[in-house]
Write a protein that binds this ligand. Structure first.
Ligand SMILES: *[C@@H]1O[C@H](CO)[C@@H](O)[C@H](O)[C@H]1NC(C)=O
Ligand SMILES: *[C@@H]1O[C@H](CO)[C@@H](O)[C@H](O)[C@H]1NC(C)=O
Ligand SMILES: *[C@@H]1O[C@H](CO)[C@@H](O)[C@H](O)[C@H]1NC(C)=O
Ligand SMILES: *[C@@H]1O[C@H](CO)[C@@H](O)[C@H](O)[C@H]1NC(C)=O
Length: 423
C-alpha cells in the first residue's frame, strides 16, 4: 500500500471519510455507493442469525465483511484494472479480501494412484482440471483445518477415470461411493447438504459421472468446462471453467494487428449442427477462411496456430459440447473470438465484460457472418484487440499459480459463491 498524503480513513468513521474520497472520481464513488446500498439492504432486509431446519446457526454473509478492506483502498490508489471488468473497483476490493481470507479444505481421502487428489496430467484439452487440482494444493487458500474453511473441495478427477478406461456406469458408482463415504465420515456435508462443497471437472464425462449423487449437482458448486443448459448448468451456482489447451505451441499474440490480414478463421470437426452450417455456407469464401476439416495442431509448421496470428476474428462455434479450447486459443494468439452459440455461459462472464474483447453472436447470425464482421470498424477492432491482450492472463494456467491467472479467477468465482451460506 503506497503511503497516502492525506489522513487515511479510519474504520470507525469510514462513511464520513468516504465522502471526501468522492473526489477520486465518480466511478469509484458509484462503486462504493453500490457497496453501501448493498450493505444497507443486507442489514435492513435480513434478520440474522437465521435458524436452519437442523437448528444450527447459519450466518448470511453480506459485503460488510469487506468494508474494512475497502476503506484501506480508497486512499491508496493501487493498480489500475482495465475496463474489461464489469465493476473494476468492486473486483479489486473483493479480490484483495479473497487473497486475505479465503480458505478451502481439501478432503484428504482417496488413493492418489486411482482417481483422487492428483491430476492426470497438465497437458492437453482437459489440462484445466489438472491445473486446478495442482494449483489449489500449492496455493495459500488451502487449509488443513476444516473448522476455518469457507468451502470444501471434493478432489475426485473424472478425467483420470476416463484415462483409466472406466465405463460410464462405473464412474457414476465410483463418484457416488466416494462422496457417500465423505458424508458418512465427516460432519461438514450434512450441515448444509453440500452447499459449501465444490468439485471440478473439465472432461465432459464429469457431467454423467456425478449423476449418482443428486445433491452434488443440485447443491454443491460445480466448476465445469462445458456449461450449457443440457448438462444442468446452474449459472448463479456453478462456474464455467475455461478450457485451455496448455502448453501453448507458440507465444501470446499482441501488438501485431498489421499482420492480421485475414478477416475470419475456423477449422475443426463438424460435430454439431452449427459447425455443419458454418462450413457449408462459407467453405469457398475468399475472405473468411473456413475449412471443412480440422488442421492437426501438431503438424510441423504449426499451420493451425499461425492462422490465429494472421486473422482478425476467430470463429468459435459450439461443438459436441459448447466449450472448446478454441476460445482460449483465440485469446492467447490475439485473435478476437467470435462466439457462435445460442447459449453458452462464458467463463468469468459475471466478472469480465465479454463484449469488450469478443463478438458474441446467435447461431442464426451464421448466414450474415461475413457482413457482421466487416461492419466492425477498424477502430472497434483495434479496441477489441487492445482489450483482448489485457485479458490473456486470466485465461492462462500457471504452476505455481500467479495473481489474476485462470486459477485465481476460478477461486474468485468460488469466493463470490461462498457467501451464499457460511456455516
Ligand atoms: C466395472 O466395475 C466392475 C465391478 O467392480 C468391474 O468388474 C468391471 O471390470 C468394471 N468395468 C469397467 C469398464 O470399468
Ligand atoms: C449424514 O447424513 C446421512 C443421511 O442422514 C447419514 O447417513 C450420515 O451418517 C450422516 N453423517 C454423519 C457424519 O453423521
Ligand atoms: C508479422 O509477420 C512477420 C512474418 O511472419 C513476422 O516476421 C513479424 O514478426 C510479424 N510481426 C509481428 C508484430 O508479430
Ligand atoms: C464450394 O466449392 C465446391 C467445389 O467447387 C462446390 O462443390 C460447393 O458446392 C461449393 N460450396 C458453396 C457453398 O458454394
Amino acid at each position: 500500500m503506497s503511503a497516502a498524503s492525506s489522513k487515511p480513513p479510519q474504520l470507525s468513521n469510514w462513511p464520513l471519510s468516504w465522502s471526501v474520497c468522492s473526489l477520486q472520481g465518480s466511478l469509484l464513488t458509484l462503486a462504493v455507493l453500490v457497496l453501501i446500498s448493498f450493505v444497507h439492504l443486507s442489514l435492513s432486509s435480513l434478520r440474522f442469525p437465521l435458524q436452519n431446519s437442523g437448528g444450527t446457526r447459519v450466518k448470511l454473509i453480506s459485503v460488510i465483511d469487506d468494508v474494512s478492506v475497502s476503506t484501506a483502498h480508497l486512499e491508496g490508489g493501487g493498480e489500475d484494472l482495465p475496463d474489461v471488468f464489469h465493476l473494476p473497483e468492486i473486483f479489486r476490493l473483493n479480490y484483495e479480501a479473497m487473497e486475505k481470507n479465503f480458505k478451502v479444505y481439501i478432503y484428504p481421502d482417496g488413493d492418489p494412484n486411482t482417481f483422487y487428489q492428483t491430476p492426470r496430467k497438465l497437458t492437453g484439452k482437459y489440462a484445466s482440471e489438472g491445473y486446478f487440482f495442482q494449483n489449489i494444493r500449492e496455493s495459500k487458500f488451502r487449509t488443513e483445518d476444516p473448522q476455518e474453511a469457507d468451502l470444501f473441495f471434493i478432489p475426485i478427477s473424472c478425467h483420470k477415470m476416463r484415462g483409466k478406461g472406466t465405463s460410464y456406469e462405473n464412474m457414476t458408482i465410483i463418484v457416488q461411493n466416494y462422496v457417500e463415504s465423505l458424508i458418512a465420515k465427516y460432519p461438514y456435508w450434512n450441515r448444509t447438504l453440500g452447499v459449501d462443497h465444490f468439485f471440478v471437472t473439465c472432461h465432459d464425462v464429469g457431467v454423467r459421472a456425478t449423476e449418482g449423487v443428486p445433491f452434488l449437482v443440485k447443491n454443491a458448486i460445480r466448476a465445469v468446462c462445458s456449461p450449457s443448459y443440457n448438462v444442468g448448468f446452474i449459472p448463479h451456482k456453478d462456474i464455467a471453467l475455461p478450457q485451455v489447451l496448455q502448453p501453448f505451441a507458440l507465444p501470446a499474440g499482441g501488438n501485431d494487428v498489421e499482420n492480421r490480414t485475414g478477416l475470419g478463421f475456423w477449422a475443426g470437426h463438424r460435430n454439431s449442427k452449427i459447425r455443419v452450417i458454418l462450413a457449408r455456407v462459407w467453405e469457398n469464401d475468399t475472405e473468411l477462411y473456413i475449412l471443412n476439416n480440422r488442421i492437426n495442431r501438431a503438424i510441423g509448421n504449426l499451420e493451425y496456430q499461425k492462422r490465429f496470428y494472421r486473422s482478425k476474428f476467430c470463429i468459435c462455434p459450439g461443438g459436441s459440447q459448447v466449450n472448446s479450447a478454441r476460445i482460449a486459443d483465440s485469446i492467447h494468439y490475439g485473435c478476437i473470438p467470435v462466439i457462435l452459440s445460442d447459449y453458452y455461459d462464458l467463463p468469468f462472464n459475471d466478472i469480465l465484460d465479454w463484449k469488450k474483447f469478443a463478438v458474441v453472436l446467435k447461431e442464426t447470425d451464421v448466414y450474415q457472418l461475413k457482413q457482421i464482421l466487416k461492419d466492425i470498424s477498424d477502430d472497434q477492432f483495434l479496441q477489441l484487440h487492445y482489450n483482448l491482450v489485457k485479458v490473456q492472463k486470466h485465461f492462462q494456467w500457471n504452476t505455481p499459480p500467479i495473481k489474476y491467472d485462470a486459477f485465481h479467477m476460478v477461486m474468485y468465482e468460488l469466493w463470490l459463491r461462498h457467501r451464499v451460506v457460511k456455516y
